[in-house]
Every structure is written in structure tokens, then in C-alpha cells.
Design a protein around this ligand. Structure first.
Ligand code: ADP
Length: 251
């Protein structure tokens, strides 16, 4: 469980997140949605401690968010800007996920290598193990970073637009994987139809803060979404699942 109460962030004099509260529950996938610049990435960065809110508090399973080995065993993060300059191979990159499970001078052993190999295979990247991470395409990198998060075996997973750079097949495979992990996950998503399919709960951000929070069914309501996105939206329910169609110029 990740609980944020009354968190805020400003870049200089520009307030981006003000008095926001969010709750991500065990075994559920919480999606952060909203237009460009609404603060999704900033909120995610607050939730994994890359930014420190000056107000309120954030807890993971009731413990204050802190940068510790204990927290790293609980919380794994997949963000875009990771490792572009690294000289590591893909296999070494995934092994980094084992770090929080090793004692200070302990080196990775056969069990860690087996876990890393299994995690690479789960994201369809077993064949990339010996390649240089920096030489991969955006989509390949994304899958390797997800494998690293899986190798960390954390109970909470935070991802910033994990489907960016991925083709349609891997968009679905990666989000299906996140869903099947059964972890408490928070994922920033642009694509509302992917959010409809793979999230349980949503927080909709817009200028000035949280515009709506609740289940997918509650938040993906055209009456709520249209004023925030400024576009006409039609909701269809096919085979029990929600699909949104977009009509520019009709909001
Ligand atoms: P989103 O993820 O919803 O697109 P962001 O959290 O990236 O939104 O950005 C929210 C706002 O904060 C935007 O107006 C953006 O320009 C601004 N912003 C983001 N990062 C920085 C930064 N490092 N310095 C100054 N402003 C920033």
C-alpha cells in the first residue's frame, strides 16, 4: 500500500502539485492519467522519493518513504531516463535489480543470475542478455528496465509511461505482465484505452490538481474527461470492457 497525503511540489515559483492525496492499494494497478504537463511524472517522482514534498507525508506499507535498502526491497521504479550512458550489458543491468537483496560486500551468485535470466525471458528479451544496454532501441530498453524491476522482486512497482517506445504487441504484453504480477502498482499512462484495460483505479490530474479519483468505471466518464482533455469523448462498452472514442472539436 502506498499512501500520499497532502503532497505538493513547485518548480521555482510554478506550483505543479498542490495538496494531492493518493492511495494505491495492494494487488491493484493505479493509473495516473491527465493531459501533458498536468503533473503525472512529478507526482510519480514524489511517490518514489526522487522529489521530496514540502507538505504532507508518504508511506509505503505504513512506513515513511525513505531511501534505504529496506525500501528498495519494497519499491521498484521504471523510468524513462535510466541508464542511457551506461557501459553495462543488458544482463548486468538486470542483475542490478538484485542489489537490495545482497549484503554490503556480497556478490551476485548463481541464484541471482537465474532470477535475472528468468526476468529477461518474461519480457521477451532473453536474446539481448549479452548486448550493450546503451545500444538498445527505446522499446528494448524499456523491457530490460522492467526485467530489472522484476528481478528486484519488490512488492510495489512504479512506472512512468512504460508503453512509450513499445509497439502495440509489447504495450499489451508489458501492461498484462504488470497486472499479473499482483503487486501494488502505480503507472503513468497516456493512452486511456490501455488505462481502461489494465488499471483497476485511476487518478485524473488536470491543471490545479486531482480532477477525479476512483475506479476505472467511475473516472472514465466522458463528462469528467472532456473538460480536462478539451476533446469530445464517447464511451462504448464492448464485451464488458470500456472503450473510448475521441472526437476532436466536439468537447
Ligand atoms: P506530465 O507528466 O503530466 O506531462 P510533468 O510532471 O512532467 O507533467 O510536468 C508538470 C509541469 O511541470 C509542466 O508544466 C512542466 O513543464 C513542469 N516541469 C516539469 N519538470 C520540470 C523541471 N525540471 N523544471 C521546471 N519545470 C518542470
Amino acid at each position: 500500500m502506498i499512501a500520499a497525503e497532502d503532497v505538493s511540489w513547485s518548480y521555482g515559483a510554478n506550483p505543479v502539485i498542490g495538496g494531492v492525496s493518493v492511495e494505491a492499494r495492494p494487488g491493484r494497478v493505479l493509473g495516473l492519467i491527465g493531459p501533458n504537463g498536468s503533473g503525472k511524472t512529478t507526482l510519480l517522482r514524489l511517490l518514489y522519493g526522487a522529489l521530496r514534498s514540502r507538505t504532507g507525508r508518504i508511506t509505503v506499507d505504513g512506513l515513511p518513504l525513505a531511501s534505504s535498502r529496506e525500501m528498495a526491497r519494497r519499491l521498484a521504479v521504471v523510468v524513462q531516463e535510466t541508464g542511457g550512458e551506461t557501459a553495462l550489458t543488458v544482463g548486468e543491468m538486470v542483475l542490478l535489480g538484485r542489489g537490495p537483496h545482497l549484503s554490503t560486500f556480497q556478490r551476485t551468485g548463481p541464484q541471482d543470475h537465474a532470477i535475472a535470466a528468468r526476468c529477461l525471458a518474461r519480457v521477451g528479451a532473453a536474446h539481448l542478455g549479452a548486448r550493450s544496454f546503451a545500444g538498445l532501441s527505446g522499446g528494448e530498453r524499456q523491457r530490460v528496465l522492467i526485467a530489472r524491476a522484476l528481478a528486484q522482486q519488490a512488492t510495489h512497482l512504479l512506472l512512468d509511461e512504460p508503453t512509450n517506445h513499445l509497439d502495440i504487441r509489447y504495450q499489451h504484453e508489458v501492461l498484462g505482465l504488470v497486472r499479473d504480477l499482483g503487486t501494488c502498482s502505480i503507472v503513468v499512462l497516456h493512452d486511456l484505452n490501455l488505462a481502461a484495460r489494465y488499471c483497476d483505479d485511476l487518478v485524473l490530474l488536470g491543471a490545479g490538481g486531482v480532477k477525479a479519483a476512483g475506479t476505472v468505471d467511475e473516472v472514465l466518464d466522458p463528462a469528467i474527461l472532456e473538460p480536462v482533455y478539451g476533446i469530445g469523448i464517447q464511451r462504448l462498452e464492448l464485451g464488458g470492457s470500456i472503450h473510448l472514442l475521441f472526437h476532436p472539436g466536439e468537447s
